[in-house]
Structures are given as structure tokens and as C-alpha cells.
Design a protein around this ligand. Structure first.
Ligand SMILES: NC(=O)c1ccc[n+]([C@@H]2O[C@H](COP(=O)([O-])OP(=O)(O)OC[C@H]3O[C@@H](n4cnc5c(N)ncnc54)[C@H](O)[C@@H]3O)[C@@H](O)[C@H]2O)c1
Length: 396
């Protein structure tokens, strides 16, 4: 990444405002690092907490000027839209229930948007965000950050290149242990937002990690899940939210799949794993060994692809920032999503054409598909695992 297309197109970096990601948030620092890694953005404004004083203190701690540290998001949108040097892009990383309102407001004020997943908690809301993106023509990037890993992009490019043949089988799992031993919060006290279905969404595990797993499958295979037979519930006794979902999947080309996500697998850390098999071969990728993509062709020995190693396809090469053999991971993958979005945003704002390879970041339609998948999984499970149409969610 020697050149900076954003500076080439705009003569400056994009001005970024952040909403959320303040005290206690893991993902806030990831967003801000991702924005800075390739020098495509300059952080100029923010609201980092729902509490005004905490927001201003947190903004000061990360170098945001006092006059651009706001007490709430609406104040930020109005003030930044009015400045000649106001923010270009708003990044939203607040609890799930606020994504809808903040995304709509940001789009209506003319900001391009980067938003964390899930796009919204309901299908109606997701449709509204997609409609607003289409009406405004603004860029909307959804941070399904696992799509930014070079070897995930290599897998996508190999599938698109026909190297797997016709897709037949997909296995995806996202297994964590973070909630295995945890006692749920006292339901009488104030619930953390994730444990409140109004704030966290209808299924904790599906919103937190199920949407990542579903999106990874779609990103790599280019196929849609059309039907699901699901079992969604909890492993930890007496828990009131979902910590487990298992499902069988049917795809739009007749391929079959299995889906397995939990946050209650004792001792497991962050095991997101995908296997996709076609008529000519199989690819396998695991987030905890992210620089290796295993390719099992039908008529040749197994191969391991690595970032910038032999056989790296252009989509993966774009995301492989240093020479082969130097491990890259979560930060760089997240930054690849930000960097691609930056190129699309700068191109839109300057009237240039972006590099087509920059346009593979997840968008509002991907977000809607994720919410539809969650919706169908919950409906299937409530119907004792009956096969349920995902596309049917759109007519519900
Ligand atoms: N992409 C990923 O891998 C990933 C990982 C973790 C979380 N997330 C997503 O990020 C979002 C936040 O999750 P989290 O784990 O950081 O939650 P969190 O509760 O740890 O942190 C939320 C932060 O947002 C701030 N905040 C809350 N309401 C706000 C408001 N109205 N305005 C401004 N700031 C506000 C809080 O002060 C806090 O600092 C969720 O949508 C979650 O799904 C994504």
C-alpha cells in the first residue's frame, strides 16, 4: 500500500466522526486503529458515551478537540454538517438498538456511514436503512471485519475464479467460550444492553457472532442461504438469552450447509472456521490461524496459501500489506475494510472511479441479509426446527 488513493482523489484524508466506542468498549479502539492504519482518515469529532460528561472526557483522551466532542449523536450530526471542514464519514459502534436511528440520521445529514453489525435489530429497520442508502447514494460500510482478512479474500477470489467448481457443501462455525461460565446479570438490576432483547436484539448469540458467520459464508461462496432448519437456545442453565444456535442450511444453487455458533464452549477463544467444498476442491480457513488458507484440490496434493505467497490472487494481494511470512491479523483485517470503504467514499465525493477491488466491503444489503437470516433462524427454531425460508423474511 504505497499510494494513498484518498489523498490522490481529495487532496486530504477523510474526516471521520465516531459515535460510540468509549470507555469499556473493545471494538471502539479497533475501529479507530483501523481508520488510522493506512492514513485514509483523520479523526475529527466524536460522541463516545451516552453520558455527556463521560463522552467529552473520553474524546479528550483520544485527542478530539473540545469543540468537536459532543454529548449526543444528533448534536454531532447537526454541528459537523454545518462546518465547512465538517466530518465526511460517521462511524457507528454503539449498542445494537441505536444503529438504525443513528445510521438514518447520519445518512440524512449527508455523511457516508461505517456501521458495526448487526445493521439493526429488526427487518423493518434494516429495510429502512437500505432504502436510505439507495435514496441518498451515500456509501454504507458494515464492519463484518472478517471479510478483510487476506486469506478470506483469497477464498472468495478462488471460488469466483471457479477453482472449487460448483459449490456443494459449506460448514461454518463460530465458537467462543466467553459466556460459558458467566452467571447472567441479575434480572432485577439494570441489564447490560446485550442481555436486553430490546437493546441487544432478538437473539444474543445470533446478533453477536451468528451474523459474522452467516456473512462469512456469503462473502466466500457468493451464494445465498435460502432455507434454514435451526435450533436456537441456551446451554448455560436458566439463562434467559441465547448462547447457542445450530442449523442446517440450503443454498440457492442446491448446496447444503451446517452452521454452529455458541458463546458457551468452555475454554474456546475465538474459533471462527469455514470449510467450503465444490466439485473440484475444498477451501478451509480458521480465524485463529488467519494467514493460512488450506486448498484441497480433487486431483493434486493439498496446498496452503499465504498472504502475498505464491498464487495470491489480486483481491487478496490488495489486502496483504507486507511481505510474505509476516503475520497479519485482526487489526489489519479491520483496517482493510476501512481502507476499501475510504476509497469508495473518496471516489464518490470526488467523482472518480474507485478500483473495483475496493468494492468488496459489506454493505447495507449484506446487513439486511444478516438480519433476515437471524429472523428465519428464530422462526425455524420456534417451529421445532422446521425448514424455513430466509427469503420469506422479506415478505413477512
Ligand atoms: N465487528 C466486531 O467484531 C464487533 C465486536 C464487538 C462488538 N461489535 C459491535 O459493536 C457495537 C458495540 O459493542 P461493544 O462491545 O463495544 O459494546 P460496549 O457496551 O462494550 O461499549 C459500547 C460503547 O458505546 C458507548 N455508547 C453507548 N451508547 C452510546 C450513545 N448513545 N452514544 C455514544 N456512545 C454510546 C458506551 O459508552 C460504550 O463506550 C455493537 O453493535 C456490537 O455488535 C462488533
Amino acid at each position: 500500500m504505497d499510494s494513498n488513493p484518498v489523498i490522490d482523489m481529495l487532496g486530504r484524508r477523510l474526516r471521520l466522526a465516531v459515535v460510540g466506542g468509549g470507555p469499556g468498549s473493545f471494538i471502539g479502539a479497533m475501529h479507530r486503529t483501523a481508520a488510522r492504519l493506512d492514513d485514509r482518515y483523520e479523526l475529527v469529532a466524536g460522541v463516545l458515551s451516552s453520558d455527556g460528561d463521560r463522552s467529552r472526557a473520553a474524546a479528550a483522551a483520544i485527542g478530539i478537540a473540545a469543540n468537536r466532542a459532543f454529548a449526543d449523536a444528533d448534536e454531532l450530526f447537526v454541528a459537523e454538517a454545518a462546518r465547512p471542514d465538517g466530518a465526511d464519514v460517521v462511524a457507528i459502534m454503539t449498542p445494537n438498538d441505536s444503529h438504525h436511528a443513528y445510521a438514518l440520521a447520519a445518512l440524512r445529514h449527508g455523511f457516508d456511514v461505517i456501521c458495526d453489525k448487526p445493521i439493526t435489530n429488526t427487518l423493518t429497520e434494516a429495510r429502512e436503512v437500505l432504502a436510505a442508502v439507495e435514496e441518498t447514494g451515500l456509501v454504507f460500510c458494515l464492519t463484518h471485519n472478517y471479510t478483510g482478512y487476506p486469506m478470506v479474500r483469497q477464498a472468495r477470489a478462488m471460488v469466483a475464479d471457479g477453482q472449487l467448481g460448483e459449490l456443494q457443501l459449506v460448514q461454518v462455525e463460530y465458537v467462543q467460550g466467553g459466556k460459558a461460565g458467566e452467571r447472567d446479570p441479575d434480572p432485577v438490576g439494570e441489564l447490560p444492553w446485550r442481555y436486553d432483547p430490546v437493546r441487544g436484539g432478538p437473539s444474543l448469540v445470533l446478533g453477536d457472532i451468528g451474523t459474522h458467520a452467516h456473512n462469512l459464508v456469503r462473502f466466500v461462496t457468493g451464494r445465498e442461504v435460502t432455507e434454514i432448519a435451526a435450533d436456537v437456545g441456551h446451554i448455560v442453565a436458566n439463562r434467559l438469552v441465547d448462547d447457542y444456535a445450530g442449523a442446517m442450511l440450503r443454498f440457492d444453487n442446491g448446496a447444503r450447509g451446517s452452521f454452529w455458533v455458541t458463546q458457551a464452549a468452555t475454554g474456546v477463544e475465538n474459533c471462527l472456521r469455514l470449510r467450503a467444498s465444490g466439485t473440484l476442491g475444498t477451501v478451509e480457513w480458521m480465524q485463529e490461524l488467519p494467514t493460512q488458507l488450506v486448498f484441497r484440490p480433487s486431483a493434486a496434493p493439498v496446498e496452503i496459501r499465504t498472504p502475498n505467497g505464491p498464487g495470491t490472487l489480486p483481491l487478496a494481494a490488495r489486502a496483504s500489506r507486507i511481505v510474505a511470512g509476516h503475520p497479519e491479523g485482526f487489526h489489519e483485517g479491520f483496517a482493510n475494510v476501512y481502507t476499501d470503504a475510504a476509497e469508495a467514499i473518496a471516489a464518490r465525493r470526488s467523482g472518480h472511479e474507485p478500483d473495483p477491488l475496493a468494492l468488496h466491503f459489506p454493505n447495507a444489503l449484506d446487513g439486511l441479509m444478516g438480519v433476515a437470516f437471524v429472523d428465519a433462524a428464530i422462526r425455524s427454531s420456534a417451529d421445532d426446527g422446521a425448514w424455513t425460508s430466509v427469503a420469506g423474511s422479506f415478505n413477512a
